[in-house]
Structure formats: C-alpha cells, structure tokens
Design a protein around this ligand. Sequence first.
Ligand SMILES: Nc1ncnc2c1ncn2[C@@H]1O[C@H](COP(=O)(O)OP(=O)(O)OP(=O)(O)O)[C@@H](O)[C@H]1O
Length: 600
Amino acid sequence: MNPLHIIGRVISNPWFVGVLCTVAAVTAGFVDQGTVQMWCFLIINIMLAQSINLLTGIAGQISLGHAGFLAIGSYVAAILLKDYGVPFPLAILFTMIVSGMVGFLLAIPSGRVREFYLAMMSLAFGLIVYELLREWRGITGGVMGTRGIPSPNLNTLELLGWQVTMEWYFRVMLLSLLVLMFMLRNFVKSHYGRAFYAIHVSELAASSLGISQGGTKRFAYMLSGAIAGIAAGFYAYLVGYLTPESFTLMRSVEILVMAIVGGLGSLIGPILGATLFTYLPQQLQAFNDYQFIVYGLILVFSFILLPRGIAGLLGTHTRYSKHDQLSASISQADTLLSRRSIDSGALVEVQSVVMEFSGLRALDDVSLQVFPGTITGLVGPNGSGKSTLVNVISGIYKPSSGTVSFKGQTVSGWPTHKVASLGVTRTFQDPRNVPSLTVRENILMGAHRLYKHSAFAASINSRASSREETKFLGRVDALMKEADLLQHADDAVGSLPYGIQRLVEVARALASDPELLMLDEPAAGLSEQESDRLIAMIRLAKEHGVGIILIDHHMDFLEQLVDEVITFDAGHEIYRGDMAGMRADLAVVEAYLGKEENHA
Ligand SMILES: Nc1ncnc2c1ncn2[C@@H]1O[C@H](COP(=O)(O)OP(=O)(O)OP(=O)(O)O)[C@@H](O)[C@H]1O
C-alpha cells in the first residue's frame, strides 16, 4: 500500500484524532502561552476552512468574501462581551446565529447568479463589509479598530467570575471543534450533504430528485456563515483587538486557498490545509525578503501537482453516506417499491399542451393520460418533441398553453423540485449522476424526497435518523441487486462504463419510490445483458403500480414493454395505439420508421 495512503488512513482514524486531541488538551498546561495561542489560531483556521469547504467544496458556491463573515462575527462578538457583558460562550452562540442570518440573506441574490458572477458577488460582499468597518466609526472604531476586548491573552477574559486562561480557552476551542467536526461529518453523510453535492454537480438533476436548488443554496450559505461565526467569536477574544486590516480581500483568499490546497470536498482536507497555512508562514520567516515568493511558489506547485489537494495525495475520501457506520445493521429491504393501487384514475393528464421556443412549436396541442401500472411509449424522429414533453411534465418547462395535472392537481408552472416531491421522477437522455460519488451514494440520492428527519437530527446521528438511513440503505442494496450493480456499489460512478451509468440512473429513479416514472432513452448504449436488467427493473416498477412514460428508438425493446405507444412528428401526435398498429401505419412509416430502417 502507498505509504502516503497509510498516513491518510491513520490521520483520519477517530482513535488517532481522539488521542491527539487528548494529548494536546493535556499538554496545553505545560507549554508556553505563545504555543497554545498558535494552536488556537490553528483551530480558527480549521473552522474557517471547513466553513468555506461546506459552501464551495461541497455545495459548489464559490466564495471570495469569507473575511466578511469573519469580520461581522468578530465585531458582533466583541460588542456583545465588551459593551453588554454577555458571557463569552453565549456571545459566541449569538455570533453564530447572526453570521448564519447574514449567510442566509447573502444567498438570496446569490441564488440568481453562478460561477464567475457568483465569485464577483461574494467578492463585493467582502469589500463592502471591509469598507463598512472603516467608515462606521461609531460602532467599529473605524481604522483605529476596537481595542480592550476581554481576552485570555491579556488575562482579562472571565466567565462567571472565573478567569479564563489561555490553556482553558484552548480546551474550550478544541472541544467546540470536535463537536463541530462530529456534527459536520454526520451532516455531510446524510441526505442533506448529498443534496449539497447534487446541486454542485447538476442543479437540473438535483431538482428532478426533489431537491430545491434555492432552498439548498440558502441553507448552505447559512450553515457556512454560522460556522464562520463561531470561528469569528473565538478569534475576537483570542486577539483582544480588531482592526479592518485583519479582514481584507487577502484574508478571504487565504481562507479559500487553505481549503483548496487541503482538498475541497473532503472533511480532512480543510484541516490539513489550515495546518499548513498556520505554520508555513512561520517556517518561511527564515527566507526573510523572499518569504512571500516562496509562499506563492508553494501555492502554484500545489495547484499544479495536487489537483485534489493534500487529502487527495493521502488517498482520503469523504463518504456521502453512513453505509460504513450502519453496514452491520443493514438487512435486505422488505419492499423495493411501495405497492400502489392500479384502480385509481389517471396519474398524469396532459391537456392541449403547446410548447413554443421563439416561434418554434416543439409541442403542438398534445394531450395524453398515463394510468398507474401502465407503460406508455413515446416515439418519433429526432426533434419531434418527446423530451420536451417529459420536460413539461416534470416542470422543467412551463407550457406556453395547456395544462399538466398530477392526480387531479394542476402542476404546470410548478418548480421541478416540487413536482418531483410528489413522486414524479425522470431520467435524462445523457445520464446525470454525480461522477465522483459511488454507485450506492448516487442511488441513495434518489430517496431524497422520502426522508423525514431534520438537519439537526442528521448532525447528531439521532436514533430516528439512523433508522431512516438504514431503511433506505437496505432498499438501495436491494435495488443494486436487482440491477446487478452490487459489485460496483463502492466504485465512483464516473469510473464505470456508460451502460452501467445508465442503470445507476434508473436505479436512482426507482429509489425515489416514484408514482410516475419517465425514462428518456434508457436503453441507449446498453449491452444485451444490461438491457435485460433494465427491462426487469421497468417491469418491476410496472408490477408495483408505477405509471411509466418510456422514450426510446429501439422497437424490439419497446415491444417487450409498452401497453400503448404514441408517435410524434414535429410536435404533433400522428399515431396512438399498439406497436403492431404503429408498424403498419403509413404516416408513421413515412415520418419515422422508414428513416429508422434506412439508418439501420
Ligand atoms: N430549450 C430549448 N430551446 C430551444 N429549442 C428547444 C429547446 N428544447 C427543445 N427545443 C427544440 O424543440 C424541438 C423538440 O426537441 P426535443 O428534444 O423534445 O426532441 P426529441 O423528440 O426528444 O428528439 P431526440 O430524439 O433527438 O431526443 C427541437 O427542435 C429542439 O431543438
């Protein structure tokens, strides 16, 4: 085994972490105050790097203004203690809430912009906060800053009449970090963590699983702000004075770089990055004037040589499921899918839908009904409107006119995630999985809409949350067995052949326990064996009363499955009936089948 990977395994082992923290907590009583203070700065950096990692590394929302959170939190904490005498743990708690609220508010405009613009917006946030600190003299003390904040460094910090020394301050910080890491780890491994990762990779695929992109982004900003708030509170008391110069753009960049160099998306990475960036500047002091050049070079080389950061070099992976914790208790699921009544009326009803794109009529007066336990095939030449119809039903497009209703309720115009949360699940023409997550994690993501437990319950790994996770992990294992995917359960989806990726997406759709399942060319690129697996899965869904819309160009494949087939040409329905009738229909042969045969 690679020796670096052995190091990675050791440092991510909870026993190692426990022993290291105990040793540090005890040793803090014997070493000089400067060393303990440095350890405190390390903890602050770890918290900040985790905060940005959650937002940028996991939820994919780039932030160049994190020093803004640090600044707001630090000044709030300072004012609460210095001016109002709030005990410092309570003041830190309050700071966490204020910073979380700032994060939430910041997410509202951020929800509308992406990538480069998002980076610019977060940059503007950091710059505005910096200017406010300089100009709002009555509150912040302007460029002179705020001094005389009770601090363990000056032996002026007290709690209930007891003087808090540096050594005890460090122990409180260490305990806070351990609690934070425990909660963060559980959170990331829950359906909340998977939702963060899903919006990062594909907002469209995420919303088709019932994940609200706006809500998830706001939640990510809020949590990230709250974590930065905790770091800020500890920072304000640790240093005992605040000036705007501690919260410049450089500080924001430094926080981001710590997480990137450590390894974005993993939980170990930010710890490693923060450690490097806390101690490196000290080591480089020997280089005097060349200190910053050396610093810059290290950065450039680490970006080039370590694309997944130090955590990648050490082979540490963060898992986005609790499979490793719960594997002993996972049994085979009793049911793969809920059994639904097939005697009820139409599941979905499309009425006179027209869909126009700048003058092009992709759908022209289309109507159809799909009943539980039936399969409706959609066929037609390329560009005839099949995918557009699925996009209209799933809420990706709002029809230009006409309505879509699901179980009698009009859903046209609803956001995609809200339609999906009713049990309307679809797959895409090109599979949209999360390539870096495992097969198990991807399929588990499908169950998102079914989870009931709160984010707090997920973070403390409550009994109810474990029970729910175990149930869905069992269901996912059973689905993997059905799809013959068990041997790939722990492989990253991106490393697998195309056909397998398609089966993963279909299994993910089934994990949502859908009422209506829409499959867009699921058999494309599958081997014969994989195609048989797919047929078995579709039949399983049908037997359980799921209503299915199936788009495909393979007539042999459709023949084995569909109850009814509808043929489109240029957005119009040209045939509806059984497969035999379709093959004999002159209009279909003219518009579609003739061309298909010519292709063959
Ligand atoms: N977002 C969009 N903007 C503009 N035009 C679009 C959009 N989506 C679809 N179209 C157009 O609508 C028409 C129908 O496209 P659609 O993807 O539904 O066809 P399809 O039958 O699914 O074809 P294929 O078999 O190639 O998937 C095409 O002319 C396509 O270019």
